[in-house]
Design a protein around this ligand. Structure first.
Ligand SMILES: [Zn+2]
Length: 444
């Protein structure tokens, strides 16, 4: 067995030696150094791998030929063998060329190449492995940079447009996976309660993304994590060891679907405590009301602090010592859950302009309306976060892929890449790429 295998793979090995010795001859006058050696080896390994890949296809799958006629899956009639057709694919080692049997049904006017199906190839001209690499990279980097990265790392040339097509197809797959999950979780209740309930933090925000028509649209972003996975990496600094990110360009009501399934995926069960942190924006509250109506609400402390600071500015002047002293005193009271005292201080300020009075009224209205979510001393004691830093981080992660460098999207492209980004950030690419599919029987 091993002998036979060795013999069949020998041409690949010979290719390796041939390319390497050519490099050796080329470089021997210029002098070898480690840089040249590694480059020469990469070239030889790639040439060997390209050859070996084709040999392995032949060895394991054949050419897809199974006699002069076979049954057409369309009309059940006979399909005729018409010869061999070439196919070229870009693999992570470079271009591979091979031939496979071609059958044709005159009734259906349909050609068929069984080997393509055996190899689980899509219509794209890249191998599943390269598709996965492109999908992963494009979840992090722009299409142009993905092409450059492949050139730099593997010395293979992939057109930016091919990168875009492959990445979007992967993103569409990710989105389809999300939708299947949503549909299945919609039917399901939460998992039954466990003995010791867990505490989950859910956060929500939005990220504006630019579109080709000049408009900006909001991509909703949510982060779900268990309180336990929030670790203090240095005093006052927290790090999430594990979290589920969810993002979608949609309305608040629609976002409840992906958010709910992400909560279930994260592991939220019946009877668990849920703490919902956000800045109080209407849309985010709407989402929380749908996915966790019973959740304890927390207003982002820093958002509240900004509002209080704005009052200090209109009274004492921005940047003044008095402004700073007054604001610091109010924020101290705020973190001690003495909101009544804060409200009183604000109400008693002597203001000289109508504009200042208006600012005060707005802030007082906000604080009064949201005071039920500002019991910061209690949150502190429970070890809950008082800010929505996790979802702000989530928004930055989404924005790092969708925004900047004047990037402008079409809607399907944006949706696909956001889904791909989420799949990569949640380390879920294994479930998606290569597309899981039932194994087909081997060729005889
Ligand atoms: Zn047919």
């Amino acid at each position: 067995m091993e002998e036979n295998f060795r013999a069949s793979m020998m041409p690949a090995y010979e290719e390796f030696i041939k390319i390497l010795s050519a490099s050796f001859a080329e470089n021997s006058s210029a002098g070898w150094n480690l840089w040249r050696m590694e480059i020469a080896l990469l070239k030889a390994v790639k040439a060997m791998a390209v050859r070996a890949l084709v040999l392995l296809i032949e060895l394991t799958q054949g050419t897809g030929y199974s006699g002069a006629r076979r049954r057409c899956s369309g009309c059940e009639g006979p399909m005729k063998f018409e010869g061999y057709r070439k196919r070229q694919l870009l693999s992570s080692f470079g271009l591979i060329n091979y031939e496979r049997a071609y059958y044709y049904c005159g009734v259906c006017r349909q050609g068929w190449m069984p080997l393509d199906e055996q190899l689980e190839l899509s219509g794209r001209a890249v191998t599943p492995r390269l598709q996965r690499v492109i999908g992963y990279l494009a979840g992090h980097l722009s299409f142009g940079v993905v092409a450059q990265t492949l050139e730099e790392l593997q010395q293979i040339e992939v057109n930016r447009e091919v990168v875009r097509q492959v990445a979007e197809a992967s993103g569409e797959q990710a989105l389809a996976w999300e939708r299947v999950e949503e549909a299945s979780y919609r039917q399901r209740e939460l998992q039954p309660a466990r003995r010791t309930p867990k505490t989950w933090i859910i956060e929500c925000d939005g990220k504006h993304v630019g579109f080709q028509d000049g408009r900006w649209q909001e991509v909703k972003v949510g982060v779900i994590y268990e309180l336990q996975s929030r670790a203090e990496s240095s005093p006052g600094r927290h790090e999430l060891l594990k979290r589920e990110i969810v993002a979608r360009r949609c309305s608040a009501a629609e976002f409840a679907g992906p958010f709910w399934s992400a909560m279930q995926r994260a592991g939220v069960q019946d009877g668990d405590r849920i703490v919902a942190v956000a800045d109080g924006a209407e849309a985010m509250e709407q989402i929380f009301a749908l996915v966790a109506p019973e959740a304890t609400r927390v207003r982002d402390f820093y958002h509240v602090a900004e509002k209080i600071h704005a009052v200090g500015e209109v009274r004492f002047g921005g940047g003044s010592k008095e402004c700073q002293a007054w604001t610091t005193a109010q924020l101290h009271k705020l973190s001690e859950s003495q909101l009544s005292a804060v409200l009183k201080s604000i109400a008693h300020l002597k203001l000289s302009t109508a504009e200042a009075v208006q600012t005060r009224q707005q802030v007082l209205r906000y604080l009064t309306k949201n005071r039920y979510a500002m019991d910061y001393a209690r949150y502190e004691q429970a070890g809950w976060p008082r800010g929505s830093g996790a979802v702000e981080g989530g928004c930055r992660l989404i924005g790092a892929r969708t925004n900047g460098c004047g990037r402008r999207w079409g809607e399907p492209g944006c949706d696909a890449i956001v889904a791909l980004r989420v799949a990569v950030l949640n380390a879920r690419l294994d479930l998606l790429l290569p597309k899981p599919k039932s194994r087909l029987p081997r060729a005889a």
